[in-house]
Design a protein around this ligand. Sequence first.
Ligand code: 6PG
Length: 490
Amino acid sequence: MSTPTGDIALIGLAVMGQNLILNMNDHGFNVVAYNRTTAKVDEFLANEAKGTRVQGAHSIEEMVSKLKTPRRVMMLVKAGQAVDDFIEQLIPHLSAGDIIIDGGNSLYGDTERRVKYCESKGLLFIGTGVSGGEEGARRGPSIMPGGSFKAWDAVKDIFQGVSAKVDNGVPCCDWVGYGGAGHYVKMIHNGIEYGDMQLICEAYNIMKSGLGMSADEMHEVFAEWNQGELDSFLVEITRDILGFKDVDGSPLVDRILDTAGQKGTGKWTVIDSANLAQPVSLIAEAVFSRCVSSMKDERVKAARKLKGPNPLMAVAKNPTAKKAFIADIKSALYASKIVSYSQGYMLLRTAAVEYKWKLNYGGIALMWRGGCIIRSRFLGKIKEAYDTNPKLANLLLDDYFRGEIKNSQKGWRNVVAAAARKGIPVPAFSTALAFFDQYRSASLPANLLQAQRDYFGAHTYERTDKPRGEFFHTNWTGRGGNVSSSTYNA
Ligand code: 6PG
């Protein structure tokens, strides 16, 4: 048998897999391609991979036999059972120290379990986020690996070689942490992606319904926004989408049905935020907004029965006022985005404590700075904030972001108020503002809430005139007893 020459094998020849293989090939790595339906392997070798050094394999055994040791096998398959199935198929063919890599959008808890399982078999396991879609996989994605740290040295050159680069060659890929840390960071990335997309959609909706703007006009606005602090991949593609014409020359976006799909990573973020008691309200609104959007038939029926104000705003008719209002929408988008990232980072910080990960927050911002779907100029500022103060409690407290919110506040409030008056839904803009106002409140009405809990369930309360940790119960009606319930918090 000839000496194996494969640097890494890749299982799964769907769009991400194929593009990542070609990217690895461009960077000088020898890739072995495998797919469960093996006809796809031949097709790939005869077409996209023609003329490259990519090798094909028609069985797991053949694939493994073509790899140098330690063997590196990366899967880009559908999250869930398929990942476990491939692990089982791989184990009998691998030896101690070999590395299995899952590059799909797996749930971090599954990755945690798979790391332990593979390590118990003498193997190493990496669960890595790979972001950037088709183009990213081909030209340089953001890669967020975590799992068995011992495997990092053996994959570092490949991952950092093929990843996106920022600031003259800094790779958007670094080790995240043990167990499910890499997939957790990717999950938060996706949650933030949901938030960013919802914010952009709200800005679009106000311009469209409130200001009566055409797709072409909005195309111009997004083009301008993309020049400044909102410069990002998602604003850029929004600009292009709004300028894109259907075959008959009308904007394609106007023909797309308003029901959003979702594959689950946003929902996972929200579930974990609830479990860790972190108010990631903007991502939650983004997830729920997709749910509301998918209730299309019900909404169409409700639209006939539930009436609200005419959404068209008076400022729509006055060019100067309209321009000023568009600037306010930009402020609302920007300030809400700052809140969203602050909330995402709050969850990351809490997760790091809960799951015992040592996360590098500036490093995470850097990984997201290029290659991925949320890549933006803004993330450079987040990196700066954490470089200045790695222990920063909340992004909202960073001097730069504090200043930015201060400058945006007036416009942001104006937009939320105007949208409410005109019946235009802005769930993400308004939840961001509500959170901002809650977060900066030294006192909230939870005193009354605690009284209510104590009134009906003897749940007890702490007093402002007594030290923290001392709990009191009042017999509010004279009918209840003096026995209180325990004071644990979920
Ligand atoms: C990325 C994306 C990607 C995700 C899609 C679809 O980072 O490249 O996050 O991983 O799968 O964006 O997600 P939804 O179907 O949930 O919108």
